[in-house]
Design a protein around this ligand. Structure first.
Ligand SMILES: *[C@@H]1O[C@H](CO)[C@@H](O)[C@H](O)[C@H]1NC(C)=O
Ligand SMILES: *[C@@H]1O[C@H](CO)[C@@H](O)[C@H](O)[C@H]1NC(C)=O
Ligand SMILES: *[C@@H]1O[C@H](CO)[C@@H](O)[C@H](O)[C@H]1NC(C)=O
Ligand SMILES: *[C@@H]1O[C@H](CO)[C@@H](O)[C@H](O)[C@H]1NC(C)=O
Ligand SMILES: *[C@@H]1O[C@H](CO)[C@@H](O)[C@H](O)[C@H]1NC(C)=O
Ligand SMILES: *[C@@H]1O[C@H](CO)[C@@H](O)[C@H](O)[C@H]1NC(C)=O
Ligand SMILES: *[C@@H]1O[C@H](CO)[C@@H](O)[C@H](O)[C@H]1NC(C)=O
Ligand SMILES: *[C@@H]1O[C@H](CO)[C@@H](O)[C@H](O)[C@H]1NC(C)=O
Ligand SMILES: *[C@@H]1O[C@H](CO)[C@@H](O)[C@H](O)[C@H]1NC(C)=O
Ligand SMILES: *[C@@H]1O[C@H](CO)[C@@H](O)[C@H](O)[C@H]1NC(C)=O
Ligand SMILES: *[C@@H]1O[C@H](CO)[C@@H](O)[C@H](O)[C@H]1NC(C)=O
Length: 859
């Protein structure tokens, strides 16, 4: 969506006494002065969460050197157009002056959305922000930060000490180090808070503590551990956002999550005000699981990226709603591998079941290498011989404490090579041209996306969004426009040949071989059309012969478009490090004369889709389909948990599941993959990518990418396999266009039988079908948290296979238990397996594990 540009100069310069805005939240805090400003907005406006934002024009202190601007493009992942689509832009130093209560601490939240504004390219947007002598940001680039975090927008939250003068000057200064640099801001929140901090022990220095209440802090992480995302509107009065913790879990040791029973009330004790954290934080938790033997051998560990050279406050929120006695669950708390507390006993602290308690620790992080990470680990304390070897955590917050110079600023994060480039600067959009509004549709997945398909997709999304927001808002502007103009910046890298080539030679050592262009041309009959076996977003896929007869598949970047350079590098980076029986192996690459070519194992039987429908090939048997689903699930499970970082595929679909000559399923096409969150922010949000029909609705709403988005897409694949029809079929009646919706509806009505592929109906054991459909339906749960992990999906598919082979087999008792058991075993399996290239040896080894679980002795 291209927006008209409004350039308004506002010459209002006055300071202003902040109105007391009565917040609509369920706050117990009396007399809060709060101010929620949409910068550059012409009038009062309400965002999608019902929060009202007022224009900032009354708070401009210095003279009229600011510009009001409207963003030139709207990223589909913005939660709301307010406050992100308008900005105030400063080309020289600029100060906002707020009159605030001199006794209270205040949140300062700054919202940045860095597309281009007017004729200013956001790549020049380097600036600093100070508040009452504290440096909040320095040499900050919202663009680079957003790229590195793969987020469209950035929110920074600070909690500032009381200002005696009662006047808060918030100053934006463009960096003098760059010509044409400017500062901008989209939203500012200034909200008074009660005293939230007190002295906290310094880990590693006995008897020392840091008086946090005298410092200004920046919020780095705020997690509802074992629970789900809590939006600002559901916070207990302080408009904080709480995120899911699972992206930060280290390795595969993810433990189990739980929720308090309905009959356990969360009782805030006197002295612990409800604003410390909402009930929703305390009534969910993550613990290790039921098996003490397993628990003895691992730590529940979270890893966060942080800036070195700062002291951090780590706040643990606990509430044990399962145990009721002292010494039932005793554990050690480690921060950065140092003992913060040796024998934590939540009941001991809180004195009763269901009573919240929080503990603060501070830790100094120096700038030795490796110190850009903060590790939080919990380990059952065996020396105190508790009744259960287990740990628990309900919530976690990490704050950065200002340094001696009053600074909180860190360097800009470095965008990882896996990060998606932001929408390029649309330089051609001069104001006069931009009148023409229109939709730019990307060819997602490269396939020809027919208009009918797009319409179907829009209808599908519109319904989803309505469901999500409880309102019918305009859908214009949040179509996936990103793919349309892969940035011109990447274009320059492709022509920088030397850079590209050196890159290839750097990779993977012996794992990735370099092919010469001559060799490839020769083997593919000079890229003959007769050798084309597929077309993807990246370019065409050819069959090719190398080494005098070895058949390979080559993927050639379309030389006429510069799309896909990024995908090319991503695939090389990822695939050269990953080896798995159920992932397509990258053999090598070729980058010569502006050609970019990836060389893979040849998959004799092509894609899964071409064996399911619209094909002349014989249809797959049910048993074969089940095997293929299990194989693909293994591949995805490995991506999610087997490597050092969680890898999220992001484009799971039947054309990305390939079949080799033995019908072994292999997951392919990592062009859109991302590693899980490893960088500074409190969550991983990203621009929506993927394929129509397979997109996780929650990912679309919240832009928080987790591996559960792949689980959703895989659920669509499972139904596609079961029903033998495409994920989206625009030729069908409206309610049937989206397979995900239609299958779910049929499943809930109990008429799924009607849409099962007639070719396989007769072969399915009814129990197997039932379980398979339930598994697929679970994958399609609207909320990520309700979807099973890929490990649990895999377990369930294995179980389906058992049911198919042995329909009279023993009914497995409690489904959820089984999933947990699987999680525990996975922990043992993969916890050691970090960077190492793991080759799943034989199916037999994993089958052993499954049979162990299926005969749950002693559980
Ligand atoms: C905007 O909101 C403020 C605070 O809620 C209110 O005082 C003001 O009257 C509103 N202005 C308009 C034009 O609605
Ligand atoms: C941007 O445009 C404004 C007027 O529209 C002009 O004053 C300013 O110099 C321009 N800035 C740049 C960097 O071209
Ligand atoms: C805030 O800014 C105003 C105007 O620039 C200035 O007069 C005042 O001294 C500043 N106050 C503080 C506390 O810095
Ligand atoms: C800024 O531009 C001027 C001329 O326009 C040039 O002399 C100067 O070196 C530039 N400075 C930087 C930091 O690029
Ligand atoms: C906060 O308000 C809620 C109702 O809005 C009330 O139930 C609770 O007791 C209050 N808490 C405190 C500490 O005042
Ligand atoms: C950390 O602080 C030390 C001493 O103040 C300084 O020499 C060093 O450059 C700082 N490191 C970083 C990464 O800022
Ligand atoms: C903590 O220990 C682990 C290995 O046990 C190591 O990988 C990690 O870097 C350590 N973290 C810190 C901050 O020292
Ligand atoms: C748990 O963490 C502590 C502190 O980092 C470490 O000493 C211990 O070896 C870890 N235990 C396991 C099983 O990883
Ligand atoms: C377990 O607790 C005891 C005291 O109860 C303590 O001495 C010991 O160091 C703790 N173990 C660990 C691993 O922290
Ligand atoms: C934070 O900044 C204040 C004001 O500059 C300073 O007094 C205080 O010592 C700083 N805190 C730390 C931990 O250095
Ligand atoms: C500002 O940030 C950019 C990008 O992170 C970095 O390259 C540059 O060195 C920084 N400049 C200063 C003066 O710190």
């Amino acid at each position: 969506m291209i927006f008209d540009i409004h350039v308004l100069f506002l010459g209002i310069a006055c300071s202003f006494i902040v109105n007391k805005v009565h917040s609509a939240s369920n706050s117990n805090i009396s007399n809060s002065d709060s101010l929620v400003l949409a910068c550059g907005a012409p009038t009062n406006a309400t965002d999608n969460n019902g929060r009202s934002w007022i224009p900032d024009s009354k708070f401009l202190a210095s003279s009229d050197n600011s510009i009001v601007a409207t963003a030139l493009s709207q990223d589909p992942s913005l939660p709301s157009t307010v406050p992100y689509m308008t900005a105030r832009v400063f080309q020289s130093q600029f100060t906002y002056t707020f009159r605030i209560s001199p006794k209270a601490r205040h949140w300062i939240r700054l919202h940045f959305y860095p597309p281009s504004y007017n004729n200013l390219s956001s790549s020049n947007g380097f600036f600093s922000v100070t508040a009452d002598g504290f440096t909040l940001l320095n040499n900050f680039s919202a663009l680079i930060t957003a790229q590195a975090l793969t987020q469209a927008y950035i929110i920074r939250e600070y909690n500032i000490v009381p200002i005696q003068t009662g006047i808060l000057n918030l100053t934006f200064t463009p960096s003098p180090a760059y010509n044409g640099s400017f500062a901008f801001v989209n939203g500012i929140e200034i909200i008074s808070t009660p005293e939230l901090f007190q002295a906290a022990p310094l880990v590693g220095f006995s008897e020392q503590s840091v008086e946090v209440e005298q410092n200004t802090v920046q919020t780095l992480i705020r997690l509802n551990v074992g629970g789900q995302y809590i939006p600002a509107s559901d916070d207990s009065g302080l408009s904080r956002t709480w995120y899911d913790d699972s992206p930060y879990l280290f390795g595969a040791a993810f433990g189990v999550t739980s929720q308090a029973d309905e009959n356990v009330r969360i009782n805030y004790p006197t002295g612990l005000p409800e604003y410390i954290a909402p009930v929703n934080v305390y009534d969910t938790a993550r613990s290790m699981g039921p098996d003490p033997k397993v628990n003895q051998n691992f730590n529940l560990t979270w890893v966060f990226q942080i800036d070195p050279n700062y002291t951090y406050l780590v706040r643990f929120h606990f509430c044990d709603y399962q145990m009721s006695k002292v010494n039932q669950r005793v554990f050690a708390i480690f921060i950065n591998n140092q003992t913060a507390f040796p024998d934590a006993d939540v009941i001991g602290w809180a004195s009763a079941k269901g009573v919240p308690v929080y503990k603060d620790f501070t830790i100094q992080v120096s700038d030795r290498s490796g110190d850009e990470q903060l590790w939080v680990a919990l380990q059952p304390n065996q020396t105190s011989v508790p009744e259960f070897y287990d740990v628990i955590l309900n919530g976690l917050e990490i704050f950065k404490i200002n340094d001696t110079k009053g600074s909180l600023a860190g360097p800009n994060p470095v965008p990882s090579p896996l990060a998606t480039p932001m929408e390029s600067e649309p330089k051609q959009f001069a104001p006069s041209k931009s009148r023409k509004t229109g939709l730019i549709l990307g060819a997602v997945g490269g396939a020809a996306v027919g208009f009918a398909l797009v319409i179907g997709f829009v209808a599908f999304l519109r319904r989803r969004k309505r469901m999500a927001l409880g309102e019918s808002s305009s859908i214009a502007g949040w179509l996936p426009i990103y793919d349309s103009s892969r940035s011109s910046e990447t274009g320059t890298t492709i022509s920088g040949k030397s850079c590209g080539s050196s890159r290839i030679s750097n990779i993977g050592g012996s794992l990735c071989r370099r092919f010469s262009l001559a060799e490839i041309k020769n083997g593919s009959m000079n890229f003959s059309e007769s050798q084309v076996i597929g077309v993807g977003g990246f370019g065409k896929v050819y069959r090719c012969f190398v080494d005098g007869g070895t058949e390979v598949a080559i993927k050639r970047a379309n030389p006429s478009s510069e799309q896909g350079v990024h995908e090319f590098r991503t695939e090389i980076d990822l695939l050269s490090k990953l080896r798995h029986r159920h992932l397509v192996s990258l053999i090598g690459a070729c980058e010569e004369h502006n050609e970019m070519i990836l060389v893979y194992d040849y998959m004799a039987n092509g894609t899964l889709r071409e064996h399911l429908y619209k094909t002349k090939k014989p249809r797959l048997l049910w048993r074969q389909r089940l095997d293929i689903c299990i194989g693909a699930a293994r591949g995805l499970h490995y991506l999610h948990t087997g490597a050092k970082y969680t890898i999220i595929h992001r484009d799971v679909k039947t054309t990305n599941i390939l079949l080799d000559e033995k019908w072994l399923a292999k997951v392919s096409d990592f062009g859109l993959s991302k590693t899980g969150p490893t960088l500074h922010q409190t969550h991983v949000s990203t621009m929506v990518k993927g394929s129509f029909g397979y997109l996780d609705p929650e990912y679309f709403r919240r832009q928080q990418l987790t591996e559960k988005s792949d689980v959703y897409s895989f659920g669509v694949v499972l139904f596609e396999v079961l029903c033998g029809r495409p994920a989206l079929d625009p030729n069908l009646p409206k309610e049937q266009v989206s397979l995900a919706d239609w299958a779910l509806r049929c499943h809930s009505r109990g008429v799924l039988d009607d849409i099962i592929d007639p070719c396989i109906k007769g072969e399915m054991a009814p129990e197997c079908l039932k379980h398979f459909a339930e598994t697929a339906a679970k994958c399609l749960s609207d909320q990520g948290i309700d979807r099973p992990s890929m490990g649990a999906v895999l377990w369930n598919l294995e179980y389906c296979l058992q049911l198919q082979n042995n329909p009279d087999g023993p009914e497995f008792v409690v489904q959820q238990k089984a999933n947990d058991a699987y999680a525990m075993h996975e922990t043992l399996l993969t916890i050691e397996e970090n960077d190492k290239i793991s080759q799943e040896t034989e199916d037999s080894s994993s089958n052993e594990i499954f049979s162990q679980i299926i005969n749950p002795q002693g559980r």
